[in-house]
Design a protein around this ligand. Sequence first.
Ligand SMILES: Cc1cc2nc3c(=O)[nH]c(=O)nc-3n(C[C@H](O)[C@H](O)[C@H](O)COP(=O)(O)O)c2cc1C
Length: 276
Amino acid sequence: MHPGARGASERGTPKVHLVIASGGGDINAKSSHNGTVHDESLTRHYGDAMELREALRTTHAVRSFSDQPVSREIVVEILDDARFAPSGGNRQAWHVIVVEDAARRQGLRDLYLDGWHDYIAHMMAGLVPFSPLASDADRAAARAQRANAEAASRPDGFPETLDHVPCLLVVTADLGVLAALDRDLDRYNLVGGASIYPFVWQILLAAKDRGLGGVMTTMATASEPAVQELLQIPSHHAVAAVVALGYPATTLSKLTRRAVSDFTTIDTFDGDALSL
Ligand SMILES: Cc1cc2nc3c(=O)[nH]c(=O)nc-3n(C[C@H](O)[C@H](O)[C@H](O)COP(=O)(O)O)c2cc1C
């Protein structure tokens, strides 16, 4: 448990528990009434729940895994928890592909690597990788570093060995049912993703609750048409994330995050920082 979380709990803050544990509800056990799907598992009790605050404060990106395989049963359990994520209009636009086939995994790795090399090229050029506000000059500067980025590849790196990750999930989003409230604004569109990424994050939280770790990745999205072809994804489904899961080989004890007062202000964007 994170020291800060423990302190707060000991001061008497009510504990909230994740209702996540193995052996949860039957994913097929649904009843329908007036078009609403209910799930009885909401009313059940679960054992061995992890403290919610601990999970919030300690769930980090895991990119290094033991050889222990991740069973399909565990994947079903994780997705069975993750599906309770919120989405705009409760449209649940997600589709998940569990990529098991070796050739498709290698194809996905290669597409990921392409994005990764671009990412590193941006870093080498001193840029924020893939910023929507990048200028043409920024893009050119990144392109100029591409060969250097490829040369810096390590054969045992996470991107280079993505095909060996114990569990690889590709999460797609049905663009036809997303509520993208910013679709007509004259800027980069952001809101549609908010209907998908809570689900992806719930996958990672549910995985952590079972002793697994993982990371949400987006590098392959830069090659979306090729990913769609590789996995026969229809064109109206966007490739939202590739999620790597497994049993962690290493864990972090403390996460690096900005302080609340660093990103929260009163009344206006440039108002006083929120602090006690
Ligand atoms: C939208 C999103 C996209 C991400 N894409 C990648 C990615 O493509 N590859 C990767 O290794 N990590 C990716 N990450 C993981 C972030 O790098 C990670 O969450 C961040 O560095 C914090 O890491 P920490 O929790 O271990 O401190 C992504 C995370 C998010 C939320």
